[in-house]
Design a protein around this ligand. Structure first.
Ligand code: ATP
Ligand code: ZN
Length: 226
């Protein structure tokens, strides 16, 4: 990574559900990007901005550690990382600059279509597969339901069929994936959108000036889409 500390560093998802809209957002702000496949970093041609293209899971940590100045990430990943880092006593400061109008989804409990689920208490003592153990635990603690967490970073939706878990806690947008796996949404535990976050570290004036230029443009773009 360049050590040029005068250019604003923004971390976005390299490839996935947020990447296209993140790139469009920057483009809409007038940032000219030349993103080449397989590159970690992309320099804007017309503004002092460097993009870091990474996995979405790495974005909150990069911002909280002050490695980048800004990041765009789903609130689900942000909140999960926040709880995990707080529990481990790691740096967990950041500021939310803007809740964005894309990346909408919900983190939900889902059970087999033929399961008996009057309410969340029916999951007492059950195994729940998830990539979001902290968000799940917070919800279940609030409900007073004890459960066993089965940590999976992928293929969560096949866990019940595979006999690995009794239920799942996973991201849902249309519900098509759940249905394809014989599951049904049972309870929403967290509603998420993409957010633009900033490191808590104080920025040099030149970098702050770039942010001050970008923010109203983002505001304008979002208003135009409403
Ligand atoms: P990466 O390789 O960067 O780790 P990923 O597979 O973890 O990618 P994606 O599936 O691309 O992540 O999802 C990125 C984010 O998009 C999610 O964390 C969430 O905030 C948002 N999102 C919106 N709709 C959905 C959905 N239906 N399923 C999953 N994520 C969604
Ligand atoms: Zn991810």
């Amino acid at each position: 990574m360049t050590s040029d500390n005068t250019r604003l560093r923004i971390a976005i998802q390299k490839s996935g559900r947020l990447s296209k809209e993140c790139q469009q957002l920057l483009k809409g702000c007038g940032v000219k990007l030349n993103i080449r496949e397989q590159r970690l970093i992309a320099h804007a041609e017309n503004m002092p901005i460097d993009l870091l293209l990474v996995r979405d899971d790495d974005i909150p940590g990069l911002v909280m550690d002050g490695v980048v100045d800004l990041g765009v990430v789903g609130e689900n990943v942000l909140e999960e990382t926040l709880m995990e880092r707080q529990a481990q006593g790691e740096a967990a400061e950041f500021n939310v600059l803007k809740r964005l109008d894309f990346g909408g989804c919900r983190l939900s409990l889902a059970v087999a279509q033929d399961a008996d689920y009057p309410d969340v208490k029916s999951l007492e003592g059950k195994r729940i597969a998830t990539s979001y153990p902290w968000l799940l635990k917070r919800f279940m603690d609030k409900q007073g339901v004890k459960f066993k967490s089965v940590m999976l970073n992928g293929s969560v939706e096949v866990a019940p069929r595979a006999g690995v878990a009794d239920a799942i806690c996973d991201l849902v947008s249309t519900g098509a994936t759940l249905e394809a796996n014989g599951l049904v949404e049972a309870d929403v535990i967290f509603r998420s959108k993409a957010v633009l976050i900033q490191s808590a570290a104080e920025l040099p004036l030149a970098k702050q000036a770039v942010i001050d230029k970008l923010l109203p443009r983002i505001q304008g773009l979002q208003q135009a889409r409403e």
